[in-house]
Design a protein around this ligand. Sequence first.
Ligand code: SF4
Ligand code: SF4
Length: 193
Amino acid sequence: MDTIKIDDNPLELAEKIVEDIKFSKEKGLLKCVQCGMCTSMCPGARNSEYNPRAMIEKVLEGDESVISDKTIWNCFYCYTCHSICPVGNSACEVNQILRQIAISKGIANEEVSPFAGFVDLMMDIGLGGIPDNFHQDLIRDIGKEWEEKNMNLNKIREELGLKPLEMPKNSIKEIRVLLKKTGLDKRVNKLRE
Ligand code: SF4
Ligand code: SF4
């Protein structure tokens, strides 16, 4: 027989999410009627074990195991759930806040650290780009021609009469200062510990 745990304040987690700066205040997390529309339209749910309706249910029950649930990392923020919910809830925003809680607790390093290379590139060249650790996946998915284009980008630009893609040194410095001021560099280093 299942044991039902009666929490003192089952809405503590939900209230924390509603109060988060990233949550649209008008969205109706507490009005979720568990209709399942979000899950039925969610491409993440169609292709994995992820279930936005069940995620919201756990939040409303105060079940904090949802924070360490690996399936929440299968949402890719298409916002379909956000636009379709009949009570104006946003499973997508709830997901983003749960992930931030997981990162703050240090239990999401496995999921997030592969993306640290994006921050390295911003620090080094002041531009977004595809980090080296994704190259093999892209060669596999797109084909060898992707690698050839990527490796010879400046040569291709030259043939097209374009200058090399470079950020002015002063701008790179400014970007570095801004990223450091936000504490992003420290956060990324922590992910690698
Ligand atoms: S979040 Fe919205 S769409 Fe999803 S189950 Fe709740 S009410 Fe339905
Ligand atoms: S934003 Fe995430 S949860 Fe919402 S429909 Fe898209 S993949 Fe699913």
